[in-house]
Design a binder for this molecule. Structure first.
Ligand code: NAD
Length: 370
């Protein structure tokens, strides 16, 4: 069996293949210049897979995903497939991958890179130096809980209902992801729920507290009610290191956090599964942006979120912290040199397209060689 790490690339639709191309150049550079190589598979997903195979995620692709050490995903979807029913749309591919691979912990870093501090809608003094990680539980809670549905009442009114539900096991496993991450950062976790009005929130708080006391006594833990957390994130986001929260609150708070940085084209994410007996875990890495059909095919998309997603992959799936940090530093230096894609354009900067931005990162990587 090959000892090489097996990487599955799923570029998808719209700008997905355009930004993935720039990651492939980074992968190629690592191979040529650093002697770091991977076993690479690439396959269709989303709309591209619908066109070629009649399904957004074929059995073959799912098999490749199961076998991969890590998956780098681009983006899926677009107007060509918007008329399809929900169950057949390109976006189903990502939901199916999450479900089939048991990807329960969604990691969304919100980092304000110094050269982009003025991209935020908040004042520079509030966001400068921001480096927060939101860990969102992503396979449980109210989006999946039963009972759910819409029923008709005797008086003819309708009643819609969903159920927030978490077990000790689900809370502990996402809690461990957050505490483990915190140990590699500033050793601070804020656990977010609504224990003042929800029993499931109270259980969440109790389980997280017990987990910290039993396994992570070195990590500082605070509890924050979700509404207060949203307010604090805008008031003083620098107070947070790692936030761990439920599916619903994480959905809202991670979008809020991403806008603190002001640049969608810069934000990577990771979704992790459980650590298996062989020590490996399924993991999927993707930019948080979608397929951007409005700019697809024009060569203007920002490739940095995809490149930074690859850096996260190296860090969390392959424990290659050094190389991950070098790629991140190369991205910051490319920005510091004044290059900007249209989405992060600033007065006085040079506007460049996808390929030139990718090349700028490669150039900075090259400079970092001894
Ligand atoms: P989007 O993220 O694709 O685009 C929102 C806006 O941001 C657009 O104006 C777009 O041009 C811009 N933008 C996004 N990424 C950019 C980048 N890298 N560089 C420069 N500009 C960028 O969101 P949307 O428009 O709501 O959705 C478009 C399609 O993407 C839909 O079909 C949606 O379902 C899909 N989508 C997929 C995913 C995914 O694959 N995980 C996530 C979100 C949306």
């Amino acid at each position: 069996m090959s000892a090489r790490k097996n990487l599955l690339l799923l570029p998808g639709d719209g700008i997905g293949p355009e930004v993935m191309r720039e990651v492939k150049r980074v992968i190629d550079w690592l191979d040529r210049r650093r002697g770091i190589s991977f076993e690479i598979e690439e396959d269709l997903v989303g709309g591209a897979s619908i066109e070629a195979r009649g399904t957004p995620l074929s059995a073959r692709t799912l098999d490749l995903a199961r076998a991969a050490d890590a998956i780098l995903f681009g983006a899926v979807g677009g107007p060509a497939w918007d008329h399809l029913g929900f169950a057949n749309r390109p976006e189903i591919a990502i939901l199916t991958l999450r479900r089939e691979l048991g990807l329960f912990a969604n990691l969304r870093p919100a980092i304000v890179y110094d050269p982009l501090v003025s991209s935020s809608t908040l004042k520079p003094d509030i966001v400068r130096g921001l480096d927060m990680m939101i860990v969102r539980e992503s396979t449980g809670g109210i989006y999946f809980g039963e009972p759910r549905g819409v029923e008709t009442l005797p008086d003819g009114q309708k009643r819609g209902f969903n159920t927030e539900v978490y077990t000790t096991y689900e809370i502990e496993r996402v809690g461990r992801v957050a505490f483990d991450l915190a140990r590699k950062r500033k050793s601070r976790v804020a656990s977010v729920e609504k224990s003042n009005v929800m029993e499931s929130g109270l259980l969440w708080r109790q389980v997280i507290t017990a987990l910290r006391d039993a396994e992570y006594p070195d990590v500082a833990l605070t509890h924050v009610l979700a509404d207060n957390c949203a307010m604090q994130m805008v008031r003083n986001p620098l107070q947070y290191d790692v936030i761990v929260t439920t599916n619903l609150f994480g959905d809202l708070l991670s979008d809020l956090a991403s806008m603190l940085t002001g640049s969608l084209g810069m934000l990577p994410s990771a979704t992790l599964g459980e650590v298996r007996e062989d020590g490996k875990r399924h993991a999927l890495y993707e930019p948080i942006h979608g397929s951007a059909p409005d700019i697809a095919g024009r060569g203007v998309a920002n490739p940095l979120a995809q490149i930074l997603s690859f850096a996260l992959l190296l860090r969390y799936s392959f424990a290659m912290e050094g190389v991950a940090a070098e790629i991140e530093a190369a991205v910051v230096r490319a920005l510091r040199n004044g290059l900007r894609t249209a989405d992060i354009m600033a007065p006085g900067a040079a506007r460049v397209g996808t390929g030139v931005m990718g090349e700028a990162v490669l150039r900075e990587l090259e400079k970092s060689l001894p």
